[in-house]
Ligand binder design. Structure first.
Ligand SMILES: [Zn+2]
Ligand SMILES: [Zn+2]
Length: 231
């Protein structure tokens, strides 16, 4: 199965991925997504539950939580709330300076306290505009021996499948099982010497940078489209 640990649904204001369509496409392409809407917890039977949480020090992804984490908390308070619920903490596009909520802008990535909380680092995000932030994330994950994920960060259905990890069948409802798979993939990724290309295709890994023009073009129409379909 293909694991895409960063997908948005229509519950995010900036996304136009209807849940029914996500479900259909994920089934068709054998993708297990983590649906992580901005400051909203989304639970869907075909997906890993998640939320992309904005804190006072940038955003992170909470996986396997039961209760929504409110926006704007102190980052450590938000982390504690995730851990109290048995959830996992993933760092999305941590080195992407172009996004205002990336962790790199808050000078916290090497904080000792912060490092203790991290479960997963997203080392490929298809919405980064260049490979550099992805390479930096990979170096960071290697340095601290963190688990890794690939995420399409799909806001529109045509972005789904832009990045994924190929993993063996596992119980997607069990965070420990997910970690087990990620550990296997990490081992393979860290022993590779070749750097990312675009698209980047390995037996286990797929990552391509999305088409920037498409994204901005369709974003313009998003507001009108929403009105038209009355959401
Ligand atoms: Zn968004
Ligand atoms: Zn996102």
């Amino acid at each position: 199965m293909k694991l895409d640990l960063h997908v948005h649904s229509i519950k995010s204001k900036c996304s136009l991925n209807p849940k029914w369509l996500l479900e259909k496409l994920c089934k068709k392409y054998n993708i297990v997504p983590a649906v992580c809407d901005h400051n909203k917890l989304t639970k869907l039977n075909f997906a890993i539950p998640g939320e992309e949480v904005a804190t006072n020090k940038g955003e992170f992804i909470a996986l396997y939580i039961e209760e929504e984490i409110p926006k704007g908390l102190d980052i450590f308070e938000a982390f504690d709330r995730v851990k109290e619920q048995g959830g996992l903490i993933c760092l999305p596009h941590p080195f992407d300076f172009k996004r205002s909520r990336s962790l790199v802008r808050f000078n916290i990535l090497e904080d000792k306290e912060f490092l203790k909380y991290v479960d997963i680092v997203e080392v490929f995000n298809s919405r980064c505009r260049s490979l550099e932030p992805n390479l930096k994330a990979l170096e960071y994950a290697k340095k601290h021996n963190f688990n890794i994920s690939f995420g399409s960060d799909s806001h529109f259905f045509w972005e789904l499948g832009n990045a994924y990890l190929k993993v063996d069948e596992f119980d997607k409802d069990n965070p420990k099982d997910l970690i087990k798979e990620l550990k296997k993939v990490r081992k393979e990724l860290f022993t590779l010497n070749n750097l990312y290309k675009n698209p980047w295709i390995g037996n286990r890994f797929y990552g391509t940078l999305g088409n920037e023009k498409n994204i901005s073009l369709y974003s313009k129409y998003l507001k009108n489209f929403r009105k038209m379909i009355n959401i």
